[in-house]
Design a protein around this ligand. Structure first.
Ligand code: HEM
Length: 472
């Protein structure tokens, strides 16, 4: 009888425990279900809304979605569920305050072309250490000595355009920004190395946005082979630099001098991946913004007059000498600086960036599930009437007052913000100085519109004709 009571007691205890467990699990599940996914449409199975995105201007696609669903919405693109964020506050969360919960994410095919050790594929310690290094080699102190070399690149480019007929501005700007990238990475580099790097890099560039097929003869396969050759050329340059035992302050010098807490140095592949990474990050971005600047100045003759007056005053104070332009003068070009900022806003060439949630994150009562892609939409913020009055109007004077925090992010924000932003701006200032003081240009053809490759540039890369002012 006594043992029967014990058995009954134990059975009751077991039932109670089971009941509590079931209730606990249900509560937990309910809690998670309460945090719902953001509104939005996931489109067709697997392809999602990819076709919608590619069948129209991507800016219109995202703007329409924001109009319909608000500042946070879900969609399904390129085989991935995505959460889009179109508010300054949400971008700050992803890029700055909770950046550790959102890792950078790129397709494997692109990572193989650039090199897996490149800065922007990483998070945490390796990223932080490397970033400090890249940032220091591109800081204002490090690049202030490049003004005259960048000037020489700009003048040589402009002269070559003026002696031909119609050029595609974007294609030519790409050549100039490649040269500037080389300057920042290597300082002086022998012509044959420069030639080999340029030749192979352009093949990599050509395959970057192609279908990643490894079949012989495809642009992607050719790009992979060119990438291998680039590693070989870079290894030769690295060996030569090591033999010379010079302590240069350019990016290569910084990468070679790198030692972590344990005294570990970077190996040749890590150095090569980061050099290709910086070249990649520097070229099309700067070239597309410079192409837009030329378009906006051409379309706004009054503004061009103001920029020319500002630059002519500097040119005259340098006794019309091209080589006299100084770093300090580039800091004192208020009209030109505003034109650059407004171009960065209007063109928003990096319309958004990609991250991936490494854990479930709750934002404003919505669930951002672990593993989903998260895209802060810079362009939507830059083009919002809430933060920029008449956002579709090109109006540099709006930058007389600084924009509200996290509403102007052409160079990103937070741990992965662009370390090359000062170099990019310097390149633009120097290019504009030589352009407007000595040259005149005319945009050819009347076809308006934007072309994506993948950054937005004016249609056909802005065909234009250039003249030296004195020869008119
Ligand atoms: C107008 C020209 C440029 C624009 C608009 C631009 C924009 C950006 C943006 C938005 C990011 C952040 C991407 C993200 O958060 O996912 C970024 C990152 C980066 N940019 Fe730029 N960039 C420009 C020029 C340059 C130049 C000239 C260099 C180097 C010489 C450079 C090197 C980099 C690197 C290395 C990163 C990765 C940083 C990291 O992951 O920590 N960029 N850039």
């Amino acid at each position: 009888m006594e043992s029967g009571a014990i058995l009954l007691y134990l059975s009751l205890c077991f039932l109670l425990a089971l009941l509590s467990y079931i209730l606990l699990v249900r509560n937990k599940r309910d809690g998670k279900e309460k945090t719902k996914l953001p509104p939005g449409s996931m489109g067709w199975p697997y392809i999602g809304e990819t076709l919608h995105l590619y069948s129209q201007d991507p800016s219109v696609f995202f703007a329409n979605k924001q109009k319909r669903y608000g500042e946070i919405f879900k969609t399904y693109l390129l085989g991935c569920p995505c959460i889009m964020l179109a508010s300054p506050e949400a971008s700050r969360l992803v890029l700055t305050t909770q950046a550790h919960l959102f890792k950078p994410t790129y397709p494997k095919s692109k990572e193989s072309l650039i090199g897996p050790s490149a800065l922007f594929f990483h998070q945490g310690d390796y990223h932080a250490r490397l970033r400090k290094l890249v940032q220091s080699s591109l800081s204002p102190e490090a690049i202030r000595n490049l003004v005259s070399s960048i000037g020489a690149v700009a003048i040589s480019a402009l002269d070559s355009w003026a002696s031909t007929h119609v050029i595609r501005t974007f294609t030519e700007m790409k050549k100039a920004s490649f040269e500037v990238g080389i300057l920042a990475i290597f300082g002086h580099l022998e012509t044959h190395y420069k030639h080999e790097l340029k030749k192979n890099y352009s093949i990599v560039d050509g395959g970057y946005n192609s279908f990643p097929s490894k079949l012989p003869g495809t642009p992607y396969k050719k790009a992979l082979l060119a990438r291998k050759r680039l590693s070989k050329i870079l290894n030769e340059i690295i060996c030569e630099r090591k033999e010379k035992m010079t302590h240069e302050k350019d990016l290569l010098g910084c990468l070679l001098n790198f030692k972590d807490d344990k005294g570990e140095i970077l190996n040749e592949d890590q150095i090569a991946d980061n050099i290709i990474g910086v070249l990649f990050a520097a070229q099309d971005t700067t070239a597309s913004v410079m192409t837009w600047i030329l378009k906006y100045l051409y379309d706004n003759p009054k503004l061009l007059e103001m920029v020319t007056a500002e630059q002519m005053a500097i040119h005259m104070s340098n006794n019309e000498s091209d080589s006299q332009l100084t770093w300090v003068q580039t800091r004192n070009m208020p009209v030109t600086h505003k034109v650059i900022s407004e171009t960065l806003r209007m063109a928003s060439i990096i319309s958004f960036t990609f991250r991936e949630a490494v854990a479930d994150v709750e934002y404003k009562g919505y669930l951002i599930p672990k593993g989903w892609k998260v895209l802060p939409l810079f362009r939507n913020i830059h083009h919002s009437a809430e933060f920029f009055t008449s956002p579709q109007e090109f109006n540099p004077s709006r930058f007389e007052n600084p924009p509200k925090p996290n509403t102007f992010m052409p160079f990103g924000s937070g741990v992965h913000a662009c370390p090359g932003n000062e170099l990019a701006k310097l390149e633009m200032l120097v290019m504009i100085h030589h352009l407007v003081t000595k040259f005149r240009w005319e945009v050819v053809g009347s076809e308006a519109g934007i072309q994506y490759g993948p950054f937005p540039v004016p249609m056909h890369g802005l065909p234009a004709r250039f003249w030296r002012k004195s020869t008119i």
